[in-house]
Design a protein around this ligand. Structure first.
Ligand code: RB5
Length: 152
C-alpha cells in the first residue's frame, strides 16, 4: 500500500497529528509533509508537495488539514489528476469517494474536532468509488482539466 500523504498548516496541525495517531494504530502507512508545529505558516507550502505526491503517483491518497479545509482543497486542485474535496461531515466524505472518486480529503481543524476528523478520515479511506455513471463524469473532469477553455 502506498503511503497516504498528509499535510497541514497551523490551523490543521493538531488534527493532522490526531489522524497520524489513528493511522499508526490501524497500521496505515503515511508520509507527513508538515507542518510540524502550531507556528503560523502558509498552507500552500504544505498542500503543494502532498498534492504533487498524489498527482505523480507516489501516493494514491492525501489527507490535508487547515483551519477551514478550503485553502488546502484549492491548492490541491491545481495539480493534474487531483480531485480534492473539502468535507465537513460523514455524508460529504462518503459522497466524495462514491461519486467523485476524490483522491484528496481536505478537513478543517476549526470545523471538526479530533474525534470527528479521525472518523471522517477512516470512512473516507475505506469508502470505494461507485463507478458506473460516475465514471463518465470523472472522465469529463479530466477533459476539462486538459483543456478548460475548449472542453465540453
Ligand atoms: C489560517 O489562519 C487559515 O486561513 C487556514 O488554516 C485555512 O483555513 C485556509 O483556508
Amino acid at each position: 500500500m502506498k503511503p497516504v500523504a498528509l499535510a497541514s498548516d497551523h490551523g490543521g496541525y493538531s488534527l493532522k497529528e490526531a489522524i497520524k495517531a489513528a493511522l499508526d494504530k490501524d497500521g496505515v502507512p503515511y508520509k507527513d509533509y508538515g507542518t510540524h508545529s502550531e507556528e503560523s505558516c502558509d498552507y500552500p507550502d504544505f498542500a503543494a508537495p502532498a498534492a504533487r505526491a498524489v498527482s505523480e503517483g507516489e501516493s494514491e491518497r492525501a489527507i490535508l488539514c487547515c483551519g477551514s479545509a478550503a485553502g488546502m482543497a484549492i491548492v490541491a486542485n491545481k495539480f493534474s489528476g487531483v480531485r480534492a474535496v473539502a468535507c465537513h461531515n460523514e455524508w460529504t466524505a462518503r459522497m466524495s469517494r462514491e461519486h467523485n472518486d476524490a483522491n484528496v480529503l481536505a478537513l478543517g481543524g476549526r470545523v471538526v474536532d479530533a474525534e470527528e476528523g479521525k472518523r471522517l478520515a477512516r470512512l473516507w479511506l475505506d469508502t470505494p468509488f461507485e463507478g458506473g455513471r460516475h465514471s463518465r463524469r470523472i472522465s469529463k473532469i479530466s477533459e476539462v482539466e486538459k483543456s478548460p477553455e475548449s472542453a465540453l
